[in-house]
Design a protein around this ligand. Sequence first.
Ligand code: SF4
Length: 341
Amino acid sequence: MIAPESSPYSPCVLCPRRCSVNRLAGAGGRCGESAALRLASASIHRGEEPPIGGGGGSGAVFVTGCNLGCGFCQNYQISRDGMGRTVGPGEFIAIMLALQDRGAENINIVTGTHAAAVIACGLDLARDRGLKIPVLWNSSAYEDDAVLDLLRDRADVYLPDLKTLDPRLGTRFFGADDYPRVASAAILRMLDFRPELRWKDSADSPNRGAPAEGSVLAQGVIIRHLIIPGYLESTRQVIEWFHRHAQGRALLSLMTQYTHCAGGRGEKSLSGAAPQRYLNRAEYERVMEWLTEYGIEDGFYQEPAPGQDWLPNFNRTNPFSSRLSLPVWHWTVPAPDKIDP
Ligand code: SF4
């Protein structure tokens, strides 16, 4: 899928980690992945923000591996522990077309930064074979120009995290003190790519006004932030950043579902540094006050939801609850003998 002479995988400097390993020869850097695309699951997902899921659900494609490796990742089975299997170009295209055939509103590529080059090739081939729905890039935003240049003409909607603007927390939770600088610059570039929110209504005609009930985002940026218990000043800084740089051009999605996940292998796991409690009601209400102070109304926030019942388990054919997710593909399904690329 990628010609070795033009590959950013050898030596790999695709992301800010700049590991310089030869992924074409099978080596994995911080992300743990060779040049092969590995996936864990694909499903019609109804747990995303309303303009992402719409009426048909979002076509979520979960990529194995991660270049950031948060100490509190709820998807640690696939992001840090390597669960998943290799898919060739033909199977990747077939998965996306199957999601479209099942009514997905978009193709939602989850944590694909380290695999951006091979994903970009797959998206181009899928477009040639009839993929028409928007492509959504759902990432940590720990990505720089090498990846963003690949996405520019391929991603319609960006769903980046802005996890923190505090370099000390970047070091503690991700081993990346440059995360605030890299992620904020990446999001500003995404806003340059998609400077306004465009909505796809049921008549399939994008419009630029306020969304009608049930409208789905056709183009734009939604910035996600997970509130970390005990680190509210970090959340206040993110809200202020959104107010100064993105308000009126993007939506803010505040997530309260922080839970401590103990998984993760060896030195890549920073789970010991992560708080081991849930967000409490007083913290939640303080954050809601900041939204009011900064006049932020366009966006989403979850009610606190302590507990881990909702955590995905990628050992199951449907990693999520049946209420949230309709499985379309799973890594335990054997690879077909042949699918034409
Ligand atoms: S994509 Fe992976 S191997 Fe390449 S620089 Fe980033 S973490 Fe390292």
